[in-house]
Structures are given as structure tokens and as C-alpha cells.
Design a protein around this ligand. Structure first.
Ligand code: NOJ
Length: 570
């Protein structure tokens, strides 16, 4: 789709990727077509009609490449191969073609900060210190048998792993020890990566979401980081995330790959300051858009350390959200999201009153994020209001980072109960439970009793089958939002219009989009009644009515409304 602008009233340049509504698929948990307990590519193809019905226009599929699955595919052993449990290259080609026939584009996940330790490059580098592949990774001599420095990896422990059968020699990994970092300083490695990216783009995919890309430049002094934990280590982020010199790598990456194609590049770019947004997403930016994590991590002080919890209030979320929108607007384009495969479910995270962790809360959050300026990303299950799942024991978690956070919390002096609590709230497994297609025992994830990860267990209340034909379901609300943004007379404003905050009480997050129309969004993020001042045509409402008293509207707990200021349109 490219929307036809009525006349050039908006100053925003038109690009296909600004007009997409993206749906993120975590293939392992989406739909298991062959009943082995693991979702697969054919499963996605079989569910395309559901996605067409919802109205999304682009799919981001998390890694499906050959992998030992230590980090569920974010550890790639062959960039051009498909993991057998997900299917085959033929299955992927079939999916790309079937999706295309339904006007749905596909983007894949590009994981090039690191590979798997099972990648042939790494295996050769380990086997032969003189092989050219040694320099595809980062090997360093230790300090008398100890690691070269004190950096802590994102998934816990030192970033340095001793090389088997070599004395005082280590290799580097930002994430798990089975995810060795690629050495971007080496031009030969960079050339291989570019060749691989172009190969995929030529296959007919629409682009990439680019994983952990701000980690590719390491401070070359490899000096110690400030110690920030009782393990005596310092976060690797200080010395490897968005560090000086990265601009050369990212400029080259763009020039050698994305720029040569009509494609979209969405950077996962944690650690970029707002002052640097111009470089990342400006006119000549490295990417078309990036995810901004400043507000997504509102509940924890540091995205990867869940025991540092905050006591955030709606007003804080509002401030962070507006700051983010204004910064993105000043530079370029953003990728808006509430959830992804690394985040807890938004209903459980942002709706603090449990009584509203229901369809009211899910719709309120939907309206809050969906009309922000930028491309909306919906994570599987968000559109039916799936929630976190409380586990009783750490053995029930699959996610590497949940297990690490549990042990780190204990090491920092928290009790087992507290540690479990942190992990239950923040675990990446919350968003990874099998999709709830229907109310049956295995939630229609497949037709067996197998599932690689325990189901949430609330599929009798929350499932797609029930919601698709129900006029007031969360699913129906998402459909309406997509319809409004992409296919109504408000679409020019909702896609290309400017963003501006609206003054409101602390608990109400309110903003408007200004284009050929003015569309306002009001979301009461509290369980109290809140008054707002506005007038116009109500386009969306998560309650059946909007109460009015003395010329003001009264928003009920977690009520969200979308209002068109000038009702003469349409
Ligand atoms: C970010 C991905 O979203 C996450 O799932 C993964 O564990 C890390 N990058 C490492 O690839």
C-alpha cells in the first residue's frame, strides 16, 4: 500500500515503511504445524489469513536460521541455512510468496554482532589459531590465566571464555558464552556479512530488523569497566555499546547493503542518546528507524538487571514517551512498540491495577501506542491481550537471561522469593508462551500435547478463536485501530501528521496528531476518574460511552478515546 496524499499538506517524506503495520512473530511459539511442540514456518503460512484479517502489512520473523538455539535462534550457526525444527528454505520461500500474494511483506532478523559457537567460522578459528577465521572473532591473551579485563556479559559472568587447549587464551562474547562476538574491525568479516545481507535481500524479503547492532564496536583499549556488582565485574555496556568509531561501521554497512535496495532497516539500537538520533535515523541515517528503549525500560533501572526495580508512575511514562516522540520527530522516524520477545506482556507491566489487566486495559494500551508518530509494531498475542505467566520455580524458565537474573539477584542479597518475583515480572519467557489460538488444552498451538514452553494456562479466557468474531474484543479493537490508521479518511494525519503533547492531569497521557485533520488520543492510565477538556467526533473508545459533565468529558478508569477535532471530515 502507498497512501495517496490528498495534496502535499504534510511536510513528511512518503516512504513505504512509514505506512506499514508490523506484526512480530516469535516462530517457536506461534503455530506448530507438525505437532512436535515447536512452532514452525509452515505454521506461519497456515495462519496468514488470521494476519490478513487483523490487517497487518508486514511481518518481522525472529531468527529462523540454523542454530543450536541456546538463545532461541539469536545464535546463528549458518546465516544462509534454515533451522530444521522450523522447516526448510523451500518453506520460507513458500511463506514469502504466499504472504506477498496477500500483500504482506516479510522482514527477517539480522544477528551480526555475534554468531553461534557452532558456526563453521568459529569452529575453524578454535581448531587452528593460524586460520584467517581466527580474526573473524575476538581472541585475547589473559592476565596470567585470568580474563583480560573485568567486563560482565549481558547474560552474566565474564565476557571472556577460556579457549580449550590453549593456555592463557580467551575469546569474547557480549551475550552468552555460546554467542562469540564477530570482529567488525576485520574488513574480510565485514565483506562476508554484506554479501550475506545482499543475498537475502535479493531473495525477496523486504528488509531486516537488526539485532544488538550498537554493540559492534568495542573500545580498543579493552580497559576495565567501573565495577557495579558484587561479582566484582562491570557491565560490558560501558565499553562496547554505541562507542566512538561505530559510525564508520554503520555508515559502511548501510552503503554496502540497505542503501542499494528498496528495503527497510529497523535497528535494535539500545544505548543511543537522543542527541545521536540524527546520525541513526536522520536524513542520511544508518537505519530507516530504530526502537527506542528509554520508556520500555521504565520498570527497571537498567534493561538487563531486573532486580533494580523502579516505582514508576503514569506521569513518568508520559514524560519519557513524549521526550522520545519529540526526539524522533526532530530527527526521523521511530518503530513504536509495547511488547517484543524480550519484554514482559504490556498488560502485566503497564496496567498496575490488576482489576484492569483485562480487555479494557489491553485496548487502552493499544490506543496509547498505536497512534504515536512512527511505524507500529504489534507483538504476537498482544492483539488478544495475552498476559504474563507466574512460574513457581526457576526450573520452569527456559530463557538464559531469566536464569542469570535469578542467580544475580541472589548474589546481590535478595531472597529466593524476591528473586523469583523479579524474574516472574520481567522474564522474557512471559512473551514467549505459545500463542493462544483457542480454548483447547494446548490452546490450538498444535494438535498434540507437546509445547516447548509451558502455556500460560488462561486460554479459556484469552484466545483468538473467541475474539475474531466478537465485536468488542481486543482483537476487534486492534482491527479498528489498523483500519483507522491505514484505511480511513484520517490516515494521512495518523501516518504523516506531526506529533504534539496535550496538557492533561498526571494520570492521563494525551497527544494529538496534526495533519490535514487533528486527531487526539486520551488515555487514562489510572483507576480513578479523570476529566479532560476537548470536543469532537469520537473515533474509538474502549468503553461503550464517554461520560460528559459540565462541558468536560470524564474518563473512567483506564478509558481511552480517540477524537477527531473537526467532525466535518469523512
Ligand atoms: C537482542 C534480542 O532481541 C535478544 O532476544 C537476544 O537475546 C540478544 N539481542 C542477543 O542476540
Amino acid at each position: 500500500m502507498t497512501i495517496k496524499l490528498k495534496e502535499q499538506r504534510v511536510s513528511e517524506a512518503q516512504n513505504f515503511w512509514k505506512e506499514e503495520v508490523v506484526y512480530q512473530i516469535y516462530p517457536k511459539s506461534f503455530y506448530d504445524s507438525d505437532n512436535d511442540g515447536i512452532g514452525d514456518i509452515k505454521g506461519i503460512t497456515q495462519k496468514l489469513d488470521y494476519l490478513v484479517d487483523l490487517g497487518v502489512t508486514m511481518l518481522w520473523i525472529c531468527p529462523i536460521f540454523t542454530s543450536p538455539m541456546v538463545d532461541n535462534g539469536y545464535d546463528i550457526a549458518d546465516y544462509k541455512g534454515i533451522q530444521t525444527e522450523f522447516g526448510s528454505m523451500a518453506d520460507l520461500e513458500e511463506l514469502i510468496a504466499a504472504a506477498k500474494a496477500k500483500n504482506i511483506k516479510i522482514i527477517l532478523d539480522l544477528v551480526v554482532n555475534h554468531s553461534s559457537d557452532e558456526h563453521a567460522w568459529f569452529q575453524t578459528a578454535l581448531a587452528d589459531a593460524d586460520s584467517p577465521y581466527r580474526d573473524y572473532y575476538i581472541f585475547k591473551a589473559g592476565k596470567e590465566g585470568n580474563p583480560p579485563n573485568n567486563w560482565r556479559s549481558i547474560f552474566g559472568g565474564s565476557v571472556w571464555e577460556p579457549v580449550p587447549n590453549e593456555e592463557n587464551m580467551f575469546y569474547f562474547h557480549t551475550f552468552d558464552k555460546r554467542q562469540p562476538d564477530l570482529n567488525w574491525e576485520n574488513p574480510a568479516l565485514r565483506a562476508e556479512i554484506y554479501e550475506m545481507i545482499n543475498w537475502w535481500l535479493e531473495k525477496g524479503i523486504a528488509g531486516f530488523r537488526i539485532d544488538s547492532i550498537t554493540f559492534i564496536k568495542k573500545d580498543q583499549d579493552y580497559g576495565d569497566a567501573p565495577i557495579d556488582g558484587s561479582d566484582g565485574l562491570g557491565s560490558v555496556k560501558h565499553k562496547t555499546r554505541n562507542r566512538p568509531g561505530i559510525e564508520q561501521f554503520l555508515t559502511e554497512l548501510n552503503a554496502e547493503t540497505f542503501k542499494k535496495h528498496e528495503c527497510v532497516s529497523v535497528g535494535e539500537a539500545p544505548g543511543v542518546t537522543y542527541e545521536e538520533f540524527d546520525q541513526y535515523i536522520g536524513e542520511d541515517g544508518y537505519f530507516n528507524m530504530i526502537f527506542d528503549f528509554h520508556y520500555a525500560d521504565i520498570d527497571v533501572e537498567n534493561g538487563s538487571e531486573w532486580f533494580r526495580q523502579t516505582n514508576w508512575q503514569p506521569q513518568d511514562l508520559k514524560e519519557l514517551l513524549f521526550k522520545s516522540q519529540m526526539a524522533i520527530q526532530a530527527s526521523g522516524w521511530g518503530a513504536n512498540f509495547l511488547e517484543n520477545h524480550d519484554q514482559p506482556r504490556s498488560l502485566s507491566k503497564y496496567i498496575t491495577d490488576k482489576n484492569y489487566q483485562n480487555e479494557i486495559g489491553a485496548k487502552a494500551l493499544g490506543a496509547l501506542f498505536f497512534f504515536l508518530r512512527g511505524t507500529p509494531f504489534i507483538y504476537q498475542g498482544q492483539e488478544i491481550g495475552m498476559k504474563n505467566f507466574q512460574r513457581e520455580t526457576i526450573e520452569d524458565f527456559n530463557d538464559v537471561s531469566s536464569i542469570d537474573n535469578y542467580h544475580r539477584s541472589l548474589m546481590e542479597g535478595f531472597s529466593e522469593g524476591e528473586a523469583m518475583n523479579f524474574v516472574n515480572q520481567r522474564s522474557r519467557d512471559n512473551g514467549r508462551t505459545p500463542f493462544q489460538w483457542d480454548a483447547s488444552d494446548n490452546a490450538g498451538f498444535n494438535h498434540s500435547d507437546q509445547a516447548w514452553l509451558k502455556l500460560s494456562g488462561d486460554q479459556t479466557e484469552i484466545n483468538a478463536a473467541q475474539q475474531v468474531n466478537q465485536a468488542d474484543s481486543v482483537f476487534a479493537f486492534y482491527k479498528k485501530m489498523i483500519q483507522l490508521r491505514n484505511h480511513s479518511s484520517a490516515c494521512e494525519t495518523l501516518i504523516y501528521g506531526q506529533f504534539a503533547p496535550i496538557e492533561a492531569s498526571d494520570a492521563v497521557i494525551a497527544y494529538e496528531r496534526i495533519g490535514d485533520q487533528t486527531i487526539q488520543v486520551f488515555v487514562n492510565l489510572s483507576n480513578q476518574i479523570e476529566a479532560i477538556e476537548t470536543s469532537g467526533e469520537i473515533l474509538l473508545n474502549n468503553y461503550s460511552q464517554l461520560q460528559e459533565r459540565a462541558g468536560r468529558y470524564l474518563l473512567q478508569p483506564y478509558q481511552a478515546v480517540v477524537i477527531r477535532k473537526d467532525p466535518t471530515h469523512d
